[in-house]
Design a protein around this ligand. Structure first.
Ligand code: NAP
Length: 334
């Protein structure tokens, strides 16, 4: 499998390392032989048609901060246009204003019938219906399990475990940072700025936590889940979004406040009062999703929000899934 990896930060480099560690398992158990033939960051692209070792790429990145010492004139779109690729893995920085550069990387790959895996929520939040359409038009697979629940498999639970059942609505906590901060404010009486700086010190919140606090991260994940699991065709502009702030809604002693993302009655992200001890009352950085299923009632899936390692592991799962999907296409049994 000839792969171009765009973005070589925490997730991209961890994915490369995992491929290196798991190459025997991937080959023997799943028949997958991933070969990174191009790796790009902002400095340009390292290319080797024979495959780039983790050692070579990591050394270059550590030594100079760049994957590419001298500009060889190759940038991500050139790689997509000029190399013969089976798969493009997109792990560049999320840009919630334009979706770029990931949006162009993904569209260009699909047009050239290159399968796509991404961990970048921004292009999906802004243009998921168009991206799904483009993938289908070109007959390529488009996998993005690392964008939501990379550490807790919401997408595959909804898609595979509930196969044949009717999913009516989803509702849950999709952002570990805000859940941690709200928990410290409500349970331990911290001020918001105290809770936030503690979360930053612990590596739970990013240096710029705006997208977590204003609810955008949760809303982007809700868009992806609603499109994927409920068959909606929506973007982030269809979600009513409010994040967390000091003015909490009034709650009683047997209640607490959570940042809840819900698909019904209208798609929205907002602080809600819930009963203490109820399944949605998860603590610390935990995420939870309630699946309301016609035949089964309510089912809850809970687990930790993903970091870089878990997200890199989700790309490996998508690579294996890609291989399985391609195999299934050649055995059409009705
Ligand atoms: N880290 C997580 O826990 C996590 C979890 C879920 C999803 N994600 C998503 O996964 C993606 C990667 O996350 P990360 O933590 O690995 O981010 P990161 O460490 O900031 O790495 C981003 C990479 O993208 C590269 N990049 C940015 N703009 C580019 C451009 N125009 N052309 C080529 N390369 C470009 C950067 O290049 P330079 O190195 O040259 O700056 C860097 O290598 C993001 O979209 C993020 O939202 C991350």
């Amino acid at each position: 499998m000839r792969i171009a990896l765009l973005g070589y930060g925490t997730v991209g480099s961890s994915f490369h390392k995992l491929i290196d560690i798991k190459k025997n398992l991937l080959k023997e158990k799943y028949g997958v032989m991933p070969q990174l033939i191009a790796i790009c960051d902002r400095s340009g692209c390292m290319i080797n048609e024979e495959g780039i070792s983790y050692e070579a790429a990591y050394k270059a990145k550590i030594k100079s901060g760049h994957i590419c010492d001298k500009d060889n004139g190759m940038h991500p779109l050139d790689v997509i246009r000029e190399l013969s690729l089976d798969l493009m893995v997109e792990t560049t920085t999320a840009n919630f204003k334009t979706g770029e550069p990931a949006l162009s990387h993904i569209f260009e790959s699909m047009k050239r019938r290159i399968h796509v895996i991404t961990t970048n929520k921004a292009p999906l939040a802004l243009h998921m219906p168009a991206l799904l359409e483009e993938a289908s038009l070109n007959g390529v697979e488009f996998l993005y399990s690392g964008t939501v629940g990379g550490g807790t498999p919401f997408i595959s639970f909804g898609e595979k475990v509930l196969r044949g059942n009717t999913l009516k609505e989803i509702k849950g906590i999709l952002n570990g940072t805000t859940n941690y901060v709200l928990g410290r404010i409500i349970d331990d009486r911290l001020q918001m700025n105290e809770a936030l700086s503690e979360a930053q010190k612990l590596g739970i919140a990013e240096a710029d936590p705006t997208l977590d606090l204003n609810g955008f991260d949760s809303a982007a994940k809700l868009v992806i889940l609603m499109n994927h699991l409920l068959g909606n065709r929506i973007t982030i502009s269809d979600i009513k979004i409010s994040g967390i702030n000091e003015s909490l809604p009034a709650y009683k002693s047997d209640q607490t406040v959570k940042l809840i993302a819900s698909s019904s009655p209208e798609p929205k992200v907002s602080m809600e009062v819930i009963k203490r001890g109820s399944p949605l009352d998860v603590s610390s950085t935990y995420n939870v999703l309630e699946f309301s299923v016609e035949e089964l009632g309510k089912i809850y899936v809970t687990g930790k929000g993903a970091g870089g390692q878990e997200t890199a592991a989700s790309i490996i799962r998508d690579v294996v899934e890609l291989k399985e999907k391609l195999m299934q296409k050649s055995y059409q049994i009705y």
